[in-house]
Design a protein around this ligand. Structure first.
Ligand SMILES: NC(=O)c1ccc[n+]([C@@H]2O[C@H](COP(=O)([O-])OP(=O)(O)OC[C@H]3O[C@@H](n4cnc5c(N)ncnc54)[C@H](OP(=O)(O)O)[C@@H]3O)[C@@H](O)[C@H]2O)c1
Length: 360
């Protein structure tokens, strides 16, 4: 039987709960394609999943991963729009961290000639999240003031670049001081060092009335404060809970921190929202991926994003590339907040155990 190498989550405890396993290659259905994977994306979500701080958690052992890029090696009998040899990007509801992936052809897009396979793996989660929040949910329009937390991360970088495609949009974002140069180069006009300054005060100095769109992946008291920055007709979109994650391991202290952040994240009453004429919403691309009803939505957004890349309007910033064998180090970069942009996994076998990640 032919097998594939899959980076597998074996438990939700400890630091060594991800291992490479050799598992059977699934059958290729009539409407499926088989991708020989070159690169996969690593996200905050998988770092949370590893600690059991993600919902939903699939039965273990499981292969994480939402996105991969590679070359089609086989197509199902009913597939007409893709062919063997096409360079593609694929979206998957878990299971993308493998050197061979089988998925429905409708969850797969051919990438433009000018796109590298590394860049392709960096597009789906970060850019779909940003695209759907900005264009589908918040209806971004010329002149809007947009605020994004974690501005130097993969999603923050995508938000800055996508906002540059709409005239006169101003973006304010939180990031460590050392990452401000990256923010400025990627459409974040006003980076705020949230570690030494109060982001609400700094934003009010720039825009006394507040912002039109608040993009909030932090949760906890930061969410409560962020909400105060919304001006009338503003939209506050929740899409993460980074304040719940503190380091690579779950400890009693981190569990206490999760509870504390959860109970201090604020709440909204319908009346309160009505009186201020504001909207509150949320987005979870992972959950959308589980429901085929939304696949046409993500497919349309992916097509638009790939066209934007082709026209050189967007370009992911790759922080570093690591082999499956280096997953601990790769995740460490995210846990410690060192990364600037996207962390990528290389699906090929690491030939030299001493090889360092390719830092971009
Ligand atoms: N709902 C969805 O569908 C969806 C999809 C994608 C991502 N997300 C969420 O969006 C957020 C950003 O994701 P991303 O992929 O852009 O992240 P990322 O690339 O890993 O960026 C993380 C950056 O955020 C900052 N940061 C702030 N709080 C942090 C913390 N507690 N731990 C580590 N870093 C922290 C760090 O930069 P500084 O040095 O500036 O602090 C870090 O470099 C996450 O909360 C993620 O779960 C949600």
């Amino acid at each position: 039987m032919t097998t594939r190498r899959a980076l597998t989550l074996t438990s939700l405890k400890g630091e060594d709960n991800l291992e490479i396993r050799h598992v059977p290659i699934p059958d290729v259905g009539d409407n499926d394609v088989l991708i020989n994977v070159k690169f996969c994306g690593l996200n905050f979500a998988e770092c949370s999943l590893r600690q059991g701080l993600y919902s939903p958690i699939p039965p273990l052992p499981t292969v994480p991963g939402y996105e991969c890029s590679g070359v089609i090696g086989q197509i199902g009998s009913q597939v007409t729009d893709l062919k063997v040899g096409d360079r593609v990007v694929g979206l998957k509801n878990f299971g993308a961290w493998s050197d061979v992936v089988v998925l429905p052809s409708s969850d797969c897009n051919v990438i433009p000639d000018n796109m590298s396979l590394e860049d392709a793996a960096a597009i789906p989660v970060n850019y779909l999240t940003s695209y759907l929040m900005l264009f589908d949910q918040a209806a971004l329009k010329p002149g809007d003031k947009v605020f994004v937390h974690m501005a130097a991360g993969g999603v923050g970088t995508a938000v800055g670049q996508l906002c540059l495609t709409v005239p006169d949009v101003t973006v304010i974002g939180t990031a460590s001081k050392a990452k401000h140069k990256h923010c400025l180069a990627n459409g974040i006009h006003h980076p705020i060092d949230y570690k030494s300054l109060d982001f609400v005060e700094e934003t009010r100095k720039l825009f006394p009335k507040g912002v039109d769109i608040m993009l909030d992946p932090v949760g906890g008291p930061t969410s409560k404060k962020s909400h105060t920055l919304l001006r009338s007709l503003g939209k506050h979109i929740h899409y993460g809970g980074s304040s719940y994650i503190s380091g690579a391991n779950k400890t009693w202290t981190s569990m206490f921190s999760i509870m504390w952040n959860f109970f201090n994240s604020g709440s909204y009453s319908g009346f309160g929202l009505m009186e201020r004429s504001v909207l509150v919403g949320g987005l979870h691309v992972g959950k959308m991926m589980q429901d085929p009803e939304y696949h046409p939505v993500t497919r349309r957004a992916m097509t638009n994003l790939l066209n934007m890349y082709k026209e050189e309007k967007i370009k992911p910033h790759i922080d570093s590339v690591w082999h499956f064998e280096q997953i601990k180090e790769a995740m460490g970069r995210i846990y410690s907040g060192q990364n600037v942009g996207k962390v990528i996994l290389n699906a090929s076998v690491m030939s030299d155990k001493g090889t360092q990640a390719t830092k971009k």
